[in-house]
Design a protein around this ligand. Structure first.
Ligand code: GLY
Length: 354
């Protein structure tokens, strides 16, 4: 078990990482929350696997609960779904003194966090992330949002949870493709900040060894993200380092309509290709991209750019809504474990990126 404290100017909260925490979640919540009402927002996959166990644990402590189940998948991260949830929460007569739990992957966390941040001008919420990606990235740092037809995460805010409960045991039921999806972001943390983590990931013999080290891996990733978010909560500087591999990654995801590649797969392609380029032009130490290729392959992730679509992907980078103006910020490595932000001119996309 491990607890990390997140200390921000307006808020402090804990990230608690503990195996089988779900069974005692009611007792843990009772220690930090005195009222009775709790609304749990989850998706139908998570509900089927863990719905009973979370409800039992909360009901044993006498909480008055309501579970709101959404369809799994990115389509649910919409204003329409948010509207339906607002209605259900109002039917439950929720107030600002009550609690919402976001129980699921990134979609549930972002959507439930967005709902919690807006309904009645803000209701406290707890994150219980159920995927590796959510446990090491989206549940930490307070970004909450929904998508618009014009793009992902276009409406949202920074709204932090009261606490994040991370149960590595939940990952055992995760589809392998989604486990490796999360591993791409774990690899990213190794690349940008932690050579020791990178080397450790390279040494694991099999999945069993990976799982037996999972608590420590999650702790390393969350600690890196916590440190960065404490220094740059609103994403105006250092937090951009978390976007290593994402400039190309986002463009690939978008180009293929968010269907062909998972987020992690697209980011893996991004990390490899941007480093290949920066190594070629002498910014990154020789041999770095080889290590990235090895680790990406070890975790069953792709690294080859979908060649036929290269020009369109370059175009997609150029018109990314986050990159307005003449310049854009990209994240490059000096070497494994050391990263930096470089401002480049939009016309140099093909010199620095792919
Ligand atoms: N996932 C990137 C961030 O939280 O800033």
């Amino acid at each position: 078990m491990c607890t990390l404290k997140v200390k921000l100017p307006q808020k402090e909260y804990s990230i608690i990482i503990e195996r089988e925490i779900l069974g005692s979640i009611g007792r843990k919540i009772k220690k930090i929350y005195r009222n009775k009402k709790i609304a749990i927002i989850t998706d139908s996959n998570v509900e089927e696997l863990y719905g009973k166990s979370i409800m039992n644990s909360l009901n044993e402590e006498g909480f008055e609960t309501k579970i709101i189940v959404i369809e799994p998948g990115e389509e649910s991260k919409s204003l329409d779904t948010a509207s339906n949830i607002y209605k259900e929460l109002l039917d439950f007569e929720i107030t600002r003194g009550d609690m919402i739990i976001a129980f699921g992957g990134g979609v549930v966390g972002d959507l439930a966090g967005f709902v919690a941040s807006t309904l009645l001008r803000g209701i406290p919420f707890i994150q219980i992330p159920s995927t590796l990606l959510a446990q090491i990235d989206s549940s930490v740092g307070g970004k909450v949002a929904v998508n618009l037809p014009e793009g992902k995460n276009l409406i949202g805010s920074f709204y932090h949870p009261e606490v994040v409960f991370i149960d590595p045991e939940l990952l055992k039921t995760l589809d392998k493709r989604f486990l490796y999806d999360g591993m791409a972001e774990v690899i990213k943390y190794g690349c940008i900040r932690d050579k020791r983590l990178f080397d450790k990931l390279m040494k694991f013999k099999d999945e069993e060894e990976l799982f037996s080290n999972m608590e420590e891996i999650i702790q390393s990733c969350c600690a890196i993200k916590r440190d960065i978010v404490e220094r740059d909560e609103k994403d105006t500087g250092e937090r951009m380092l978390l976007n290593f591999g994402h400039t190309i990654g986002h463009a690939i995801e978008k180009h293929f309509g968010y269907k062909k590649y998972t987020h992690g797969e697209a980011v893996a392609i991004g990390m490899y290709n941007i480093t290949k380029k920066s190594e070629e032009i002498g910014i990154t130490d020789k041999g770095t991209v080889k290590h990235i290729e090895e680790i990406i392959t070890k975790y069953s992730l792709p690294y080859i750019m979908p060649e036929t679509n290269r020009d369109e992907i370059i175009k997609a980078i150029g018109i990314d809504k986050k990159n307005k103006g003449d310049s854009l910020n990209i994240v490059l490595l000096h070497r494994i474990g050391e990263s930096f932000i470089k401002k480049i001119n939009r016309k140099d996309v093909d010199k620095y990126i792919i």
